[in-house]
Design a protein around this ligand. Structure first.
Ligand SMILES: N[C@@H](CCC(=O)N[C@@H](CS)C(=O)NCC(=O)O)C(=O)O
Length: 209
């Protein structure tokens, strides 16, 4: 949503964005929150993330980067956690048990699942060797984490007992990627969860173009 009227003449939140990357996560959450933002699309094929200007925003020239009135932030999980706090929505109170569960599942997705997705992606998509030793090892690790998520989701719709939250943007975002690469096996509850994430109107708005 780009809305100049709500915030006056200057947009205070800008998301540096490449479609179908981790920058979908903050865009999805911004849409869930109904928060106004400006989207700046960078084209990796044209080297637009590799410019000196973008190096000033991100030390590794990556996306997403969120510019706010207080300063810029990078790291997709950090950005969505901060956005939920700033808006006071889709995140349980600091110190509550459910806030602990948000941290637990966010770190689980980012440390137990995402690094293995990075390896599998490199082997399958870049090197075109999906059956390499490295790829199969990564796939095994992805499925260990996927089985844990599948068991958790056997009796619930979303990661937290209280319902949809920022934890789902992080877990759903990483699980979507793992599944998209064809790495997830025998995890029906996780697949149904990914479909629930994709069916959300905010997710659809965030991924429509
Ligand atoms: N841990 C970072 C990873 C960021 C990252 O690797 N972004 C990729 C896209 S998913 C990127 O910017 N690639 C473009 C490039 O390297 O030029 C996060 O979650 O934000």
């Amino acid at each position: 949503m780009v809305d100049f009227l709500l915030l006056g003449p200057r947009m205070t939140t800008t998301l540096y964005y490449v479609p179908r990357t981790r920058s979908t996560r903050p865009r999805w959450l911004l849409e869930e929150l109904g928060a106004p933002y400006e989207l700046v699309r960078l084209d990796t094929a044209k080297g637009e993330t590799r410019t000196e200007a973008h190096a000033q925003r991100h030390p590794l020239n990556h996306v997403p980067v969120l510019e706010t009135k207080d300063g810029a932030l990078f790291e997709s999980a950090a950005i969505v956690l901060q956005l939920a706090d700033v808006h006071g929505r889709l995140i349980p109170p600091v110190g509550s048990y459910e806030r602990g569960l948000v941290y637990q599942w966010a770190f689980f997705a980012m440390t137990e699942l995402e690094p293995h997705c990075v390896v599998f992606f490199a082997e399958k998509v870049h090197k075109k060797t999906p059956e390499s030793e490295l790829a199969l090892k990564a796939k095994g690790k992805i499925n260990e984490a996927a089985r844990a998520l599948d068991a958790h989701l056997a009796s619930r719709e979303w990661m937290l007992p209280s319902g949809f939250s920022v934890a789902d943007v992080i877990v759903g975002g990483v699980a979507w990627w793992a599944n998209r690469m064809g790495a997830v096996e025998n995890a029906p509850n996780l697949l149904a969860y990914i479909q629930r994430c994709e069916a959300r109107p905010a997710y659809q708005r965030a991924t429509k173009d």
